[in-house]
Design a protein around this ligand. Structure first.
Ligand code: UDX
Length: 434
């Protein structure tokens, strides 16, 4: 089997590399020549644990290569995956499909023989139909099928999510395409991964429904956390108490400053727009989007309150900037709402993140960046933990006390124990715990 992966962003690079690990010949294509050149030198454009080694192994084995030449990659491929970006369109929140459609046109011009074209990017319902129409128009005689095969990769554990997924979803009504897809995922059949075959439109919707459900679950526990604070209950015990009910499930019930990242904010918004267009509004999801936006903005108030009502002239030491640990991704991170609000309120902000500093410096220029947690916290008036990187968990009360000028900690990920912090004399604010 031979495939071409169009787009070497997060999804394309991880999926292409993992397919090559399955034993398939993969050519990854990108228009960005600098990115491809770096990949030739085994320099990854993103931070993802384990990816660099997996790329190196498969390149060495001759199964994985990188090119800017789409035509040669698509020619003779059994399947061509479209894994280009679908950002939120400025102004209306719809997914911007211009990159997907441009890729479809180029694929149409380059393909030879029967080809399965697979949309891996998260695309609104009906995009597969549009891709099919584009290709048919350019190549009326070509033999091809368009299949939807959404990804469910989490940043930071994307390789494991690809190699050992909970399920694979494949949307096609063509037996010929189904056969090709089965071959590509043969390894997963061997480990008895559930494969859901369905229609293309259903498959497209599954991706959005899955992500919006998870975003809703997080937002639900975040609001329960707020209630816990008011009534003197512990949100972790609530999460455990409800999560052990198999119908609810214990995952994605960890409270925090609000969800961020490259998927949930964009996908919830896009589904809301689609539902409105079809006159079937998703009122729950509309509320989730609104509650989450407001939550991220409200987090700075916790810091102000913990500092006695004002942060003016105070030094705030921020640990963690990315939207979650084990990634360098800053997209829609809560830090992008919290830090500007603190700066606006007159705080002097110092920050450190193990992998996100490069991106953060572009997005949050008005603060001081430090080399490590120690220099960030030295003589600070308050510590604000935004992202729960493991190395921050290891900071104990003694160490924190020695570093900070005042023993004030705002922990937006609940990594420390409230009783221990209180005993050590800290003013400690966390989420949803007495
Ligand atoms: C998500 C989906 O999980 C994945 O299936 C999809 O393909 C892409 O989007 P990702 O964005 O990488 O993956 O991160 P995820 O681990 O899902 O976390 C998303 C956000 O929710 C983060 O900001 C995280 O901090 C937050 N979150 C997650 C919580 O606040 N609480 C939780 O319990 C879980």
């Amino acid at each position: 089997m031979r495939i071409a992966m169009i787009g070497t962003g997060y999804v394309g690079l991880v999926s292409g590399t993992c397919f090559s690990e399955f034993g398939i010949d993969v050519v990854c294509v990108d228009k960005d020549a600098a990115k491809i050149e770096k990949l030739h030198q085994n320099v990854m454009p993103i931070y993802e644990p384990g990816l660099e080694d997996l790329v190196a192994d498969n390149v060495k084995a001759g199964r994985l290569s990188f090119t800017t030449d789409l035509t040669s990659a698509v020619k003779d491929a059994d399947a061509v995956f479209i894994a280009v970006g679908t950002p939120s369109r400025r102004g209306d929140g719809h997914a911007d499909l211009s990159y997907v459609y441009a890729a479809a046109e180029e694929i149409a011009d380059a393909m030879t023989g029967y080809t399965v074209i697979v949309t891996k990017s998260t695309v609104p319902v009906g995009t597969g139909d549009e891709v099919e129409a584009i290709i048919k128009k350019r190549r009326p005689d070509a033999e091809f099928d368009v299949v939807s095969n959404p990804e469910f990769l989490r940043e930071g554990s994307a390789i494991n999510d690809f190699m050992r997924p909970d399920r694979v979803v494949i949307g096609t009504e063509s037996d010929r395409a189904r056969h090709v897809m089965k071959q590509l995922y043969r390894v997963l059949y061997l480990i008895e991964t559930p494969i859901v075959f369905t229609s293309r439109r259903t498959s497209e919707l599954i991706k959005y429904a899955g992500n919006t459900f998870l975003a809703t679950k997080i937002t639900f526990i975040n609001e329960i956390a707020d209630l816990c604070e008011k009534v003197g209950a512990d949100v972790h015990d609530v999460a455990k108490g409800i999560g052990l009910d198999g119908r609810i499930g214990k995952k994605f019930l960890h409270p925090g400053p609000g969800y961020g990242g490259s998927c949930f904010p964009k996908d919830t918004l896009a589904l809301v727009k689609t539902a409105r267009d079809y006159d079937a509004p998703l009122r729950i999801v509309e509320t989730v989007v609104d509650v989450n936006d407001k939550r991220k903005k409200a987090m700075a108030e916790r810091v102000v309150k913990a500092c006695g009502g004002s942060v003016k002239g105070k030094t705030v030491g921020v640990l963690g900037l990315t939207f979650k640990p084990n990634t360098d991704d800053m997209r829609d991170s809560p830090s992008l709402d919290i830090i500007p609000a603190l700066v606006e309120a007159g705080a002097i902000v110092r920050a450190f993140d193990p992998e996100g500093m490069h991106e953060a410096k572009k997005m949050l220029p008005a603060i001081t960046y430090c080399d490590d947690a120690q220099s960030t916290l030295k003589d600070a008036d308050v510590l604000v933990l935004i992202t729960e990187w493991n190395e921050f968990r290891a900071l104990g009360t003694d160490r924190l006390k020695k570093l900070l000028k005042a023993p004030v900690v705002v922990d937006l990920r609940n990594v420390w124990d409230p009783a221990e912090m209180r005993e050590a004399g800290f003013t400690y604010v966390s989420i949803g715990r007495p």
